[in-house]
Design a protein around this ligand. Structure first.
Ligand code: COA
Ligand code: AMP
Length: 645
């Protein structure tokens, strides 16, 4: 043993009961647990069974009782509305308790679901914490999703109440949320008994009598509600994420394990203390928002920031530096794409010179692979450690990272450093045999997963087993491929399924294909993610049209682009498609997505031996060149008859 990381890691794997019990001592319990790790119903492991907690209590009231009532809990910084508003722990607790009272008045009680579809305003955070206060289960849906996606989530979660706002603001555009909500409720089978809507001054929403309630009115009439103790194993929230089909998966998070793990990560992973200012520039609709805009920082007693803006354009590429400087941010967390956007606008980081960043100690990035250019640019311009860490909606916190609160390791480009304590990460082949260090295989985690990770999928235990546990018995499948080198550094290379990461947002190409296939003129289609300088990846579509279609390809492409926007949402960034005569397939009928992707990205490829007709790859190359990809393709040769490299 040479450093605190090694000691923590070893104990977390060999004696998780002692390791996590110690972390749990830091939290408030109405009743202590009977068992730390409950493995009585494998493979459904539970943490802190028999214990009783309230997550909202731990996030707010606990700190007030420990003297932090007058410290800022939340800073709302909104360059798009020119607003900065601060809430102390006392003020935030009072708002949350009142809103919990308002929800209770609508009949919301322990175990009921509350769906939240809101922009980045403080009310989103208040709504989530109020739901937690009542022991209800919140499900936040990202604002960039379309009505159809919202309807699917309403039908799965069956919320008693939905909370929304009249509009969001995307740079300078006002995006009306309420019509999308109304459409989604119309489409859904499951109807909420009430919708509570925060009316924003930029655009008022039309209200439906008998169903819709104004946020301000319900707050005025509400009585504060106390925290309701719940079982540590009870669900705190459901967060839907893309799966391999158009049906999203409802990732469940429990109360006890989540609170213990997240509070622990604030010190061990991010090296922050109570009282520090911590800023995650993400959205409450994503897991980063759940874990590190809301729960992590508040459980630790930090000041968190809810930022309603973009890295560029609100008003310029200096806004991150302004926020860090003005609010004395110690640690920031965002996605590499945000830094690529800033670097593109201000390559010399000139705007940074206008701000005092002396309080800033570390930048954490996640959500997609951190490319070396972005890493170097951020390191050179900021002069603080830039730390890549790898995690997923399912895991709730980092599977691998440089846990600087324990020990800071040297950085290796392209690696999120080492497995975090609690994660018994392995690399295996298709038969679940271990692979030697340095070789690429499936990244899997030996069960049990640590606290804070998903215990199951909402109302879908079998789906949980099928999606994550079946393929590699005894292990959780991350669906990422990669390797671990001889120094135990982890390298995450690519997904093994059809998930792509667009501007740090996780999307399913399968879901997009389902939409395209619904176009009456489309006989067959494929969507895949190709390299993009700003967003990391973007989806592009290939359409094979029905015989006898007389309309122009341009018309049809335009319609399919609109269909994806309407049915999945603008967040899909689906803007490019092309019509082809046929799709390249193996003789068994599998579309050669990997090969098409390599052609698009100008990477060397080999035509697989099993390909139906290799000439088709030349046709694909031509089609890709027509939409601005595969430009350097003549540098590579299609090698007929060879196996896929
Ligand atoms: N509500 C409504 N629409 C939204 C939305 C929301 N909450 N969020 C995004 N959209 C829309 C955007 O306006 C855009 O619409 P458009 O096609 O009409 O222009 C579309 O969805 C795509 O959005 P996005 O992928 O965010 O692209 P962008 O060009 O607007 O911004 C970045 C690009 C890089 C600046 C931005 O994605 C970003 O800041 N990302 C990094 C941080 C982050 O959120 N990471 C997530 C996990 S950590
Ligand atoms: P999400 O569930 O939206 O957080 O997306 C999770 C996926 O994003 C992972 O399975 C990875 O494919 C990818 N990802 C997240 N963080 C990283 C990282 N640091 N490096 C490489 N890929 C990452």
């Amino acid at each position: 043993m040479t450093n605190p990381y090694d000691i923590a890691y070893q104990q977390s794997i060999e004696d998780p009961n002692t390791f996590w019990a110690k972390a749990a001592e830091d939290c408030h319990w109405y009743k202590k647990w009977d068992r730390v790790l409950d493995d009585s119903n494998k493979p459904f492991y539970r943490w802190f069974s028999g214990g009783e907690v309230n997550t909202c209590y731990n996030a707010l009231d606990f700190h007030i009782e420990n003297g932090r009532g007058d410290q800022n809990a939340l800073i709302y910084d909104s360059p798009v509305t020119q607003t900065i508003k601060k809430y102390t722990y006392n003020q935030l607790r009072d708002e949350v308790a009142r809103f919990a009272g308002a929800l209770a008045a609508q009949g919301v009680a322990k175990g009921d679901r509350v769906l939240i579809y809101m922009p980045m305003i403080p009310e989103a955070l208040v709504a989530m914490l109020a739901s937690a206060r009542l022991g209800a289960v919140h499900s936040v849906v990202f604002g960039g999703f379309a009505a159809n996606e919202l309807a699917v989530r309403i039908d799965d979660a069956k919320p008693k109440v939905i909370i929304s706002a009249s509009c969001g603001i995307e740079v300078a555009r006002v995006i009306a949320y309420k019509p999308l909500l109304d459409k989604a409720v119309d489409m859904a089978q499951s109807k909420p008994s009430a919708c509570i809507v925060k009316q924003r001054p930029m655009e008022a929403a039309a209200m439906i009598d008998g169903r819709d309630l104004d946020w301000d009115d319900v707050m005025q009439d509400a009585q504060p509600h106390e925290c309701v103790p719940v079982a540590a194993t009870d669900p705190l929230y459901i967060l839907y994420t893309s799966g391999t089909t158009g049906v999203p998966k409802g990732v469940v998070r429990d109360n006890g394990g989540h609170l213990v793990a997240l509070k622990w990560t604030m010190g061990a992973v991010y090296n922050v203390e109570a009282g520090d200012v911590y800023w995650a520039a993400s959205d409450v609709g994503w897991v980063v928002g759940h874990s590190y805009i809301i729960y992590g920082p508040l459980l630790k007693g930090c000041t968190t920031i809810i930022f309603e803006g973009k890295p560029v354009g609100t008003p310029d590429a200096g806004v991150f530096w302004r926020v860090i400087s003005e609010h004395r941010v110690k640690v920031m967390f965002t996605a590499p794409t945000a830094f690529r956007a800033i670097k593109r606008e201000d390559p010399q980081a000139e705007l940074m010179k206008n701000y005092d960043l002396s309080n800033f100690k570390a930048l954490f990035l996640a959500g997609e692979r951190l490319d070396p250019d972005t890493l170097k640019w951020a390191e050179n311009s900021l002069g603080v450690p830039v730390i890549d860490h790898w995690w997923q909606t399912e895991t709730g916190w980092a599977i691998a990272g440089n846990c600087i609160g324990l020990h800071q390791f040297p950085i290796k480009e392209g690696s999120p450093t080492k497995p975090a304590p609690g994660w018994n990460l392995q690399v295996v082949d298709a038969n679940c045999n271990p692979i030697k260090s340095g070789d690429i295989g499936a990244l899997v985690v030996k069960l049990p997963l640590p606290p804070g990770s998903l215990p199951t999928l909402w109302n879908n235990d079998q789906g949980f087993i099928k999606a994550y546990l079946e393929e590699f018995p005894g292990y959780y499948k991350t669906a990422d491929a990669g390797f671990i080198d001889e120094d135990n550094y982890v390298f995450v290379m690519s997904r093994t399924d059809d998930i792509i990461n667009v501007a740090g947002h996780r999307l399913s190409t399968g879901a997009m294909e389902e939409v395209l296939a619904d176009h009456p003129d489309v006989a067959e289609c494929a969507v895949l993610g190709v390299d993009d300088k700003l967003k990391g990846q973007v989806p592009i579509g290939f359409l094979v049209l029905n015989a006898g279609v007389t309309r122009t390809p341009d018309e049809i492409i335009k319609e399919t682009v609109q269909m994806v926007r309407d049915r999945i949402g603008p967040v899909a960034s689906f803007k490019t498609a092309t019509v082809v005569k046929r799709l390249p397939k193996t003789r068994s009928g599998k579309i050669l997505r990997g090969t098409i992707q390599k052609i698009a990205d100008n990477k060397p490829y080999k035509a697989p031996a099993t390909i139906d007709d290799p000439v088709i790859l030349d046709e694909m190359t031509e089609a890709l060149t027509g939409i601005g990809y595969a430009k350097a393709i003549d540098r590579y040769r299609v090698c007929k008859g060879e196996n896929l490299g």
